[in-house]
Write a new protein. Sequence first.
Lengths: 87, 417
Amino acid sequence: MQLFPCPFCGPRSESEFHFGGDFGNLRPEGSDVSASEWSAYLHLRANPKGSSSEVWMHMTCGELFRMDRNTVDNTVNSSAELEDTHR
Amino acid sequence: MTRHYSALSLLKEGLNDQRGWQKAWRSPEPAGRYDLIIIGGGGQGLATAYYLAKNHGITNVAVIERGWLGGGNTGRNTTVVRSNYFFPESVALYDMSLKLYEKLSLELNYNVMLSQRGMVNLAHSPNDLEMAARAVNAMQINGVDASLLSEAETRDLMPLYNDSPTARWPIYGSVLQKRAGTARHDAVAWAYARAADRLGVDIIQNCDVTEFIVENGRCRGVRTSRGDIRAERVGMAVAGHSSALAAKAGFRLPIVSYALQACVSEPIKPALDCIVLSPSTGVYASQSDKGEMVIGGGLDRIPSYGQRGNLPVLEHIISGLLEMFPSFRQLRLMRQWAGIVDVVPDSSPILGESPVPGLYLNCGWGTGGFKAIPAGGTLLAHLLATGTHHEVSRPFDLDRFARGRLIDEAAGSGIAH
């Protein structure tokens, strides 16, 4: 059982968290978004091997936050509240 | 030297103190140039090499493997082969694969131990049973064998299933695909490797691809830990590591890599004749030829490249299994492991040219690549040899995401990922 650090609740069991995708994958704005841009936003993922910046939800408190971790050894480097521009 | 495997050659080598067996494949040094390169020496890559030689007569081919043959997901799956899918596109693909599996041992002169013992998908409620009938109808319309079993018929197949009146997951019926079964996973990789090698393909192990050679926007080969290797076209069949290689080529894929766990119990006497899957517990199990219970379940929910697997998911799988078969409580687990699977939003594979011309993809099989090895190999070979799609692979092109033509088997056949 791994503990993930929720910025609001502290270290909690991994089973309370839900993966929310790449950090910085922002929804394209405007009315002239092409099908490929929209598809890239919806489907394409960095899925890096190693350091990864991600958005996670702590389902118990319902908050989204940023977590930086390593996808090979699963260590967590940091977690932080999302800035307003990434909400 | 004895090359052909038969009862006669066994007898001959038995009398000869087993000294005449030829190595199943060579270990050549990489040449600087081939017609085609395949990255990934798992089942998919090795099958691609074999079908390139057999179907298209192209033998100046290299298979490049970072580790050892079949050491990734080919050696880590639960060996189930089946074609009980929902959409016509999927059935065409997976039944092509199952039909090739059915003649594979004879064709490759290698016993892949295909055992078509039948696969049972359980229905745990009247609503499940209606969905089961829908699945059976879809499969029959698509020309694949399927039958709807009653509770009694299902229990006949698995007498150890929980029959308590208070069981959390009672049986209301099930879907049976009789042609589904298991095959020896290592043997599938080794059989394709041996057959491809015999046709002239170079299989190069312990060779890590570090970079792609791209000239005028076109992929012309790879840089590896053992030197540059150039080719007209490059195919990649690297499952959970597809995104990592795609990053080297400068594009992203609609893939997230997760660990998928499995485990086996100690060997026991025959206790389970079929493969059984409960969509509700997410657990499936079969008994290996050695007698071990082979147990699998859903994905770890944390994207990862660590081939380990985490404890909460293992606990969830085992608790589901014990709810289904309470007597398995006595069993001890012998081994537990995980493979890194390439999960796509619509749970269907990606076959076709990548955004870099000359580089072709065979990925996105998620939790079900083993069953598709013969078809995936046939289709990637067709793409590499001709530069165009086979009619079966066309719907699975990367362009389906921008076109909105997803083939959503998670919704269609209830794949648990």
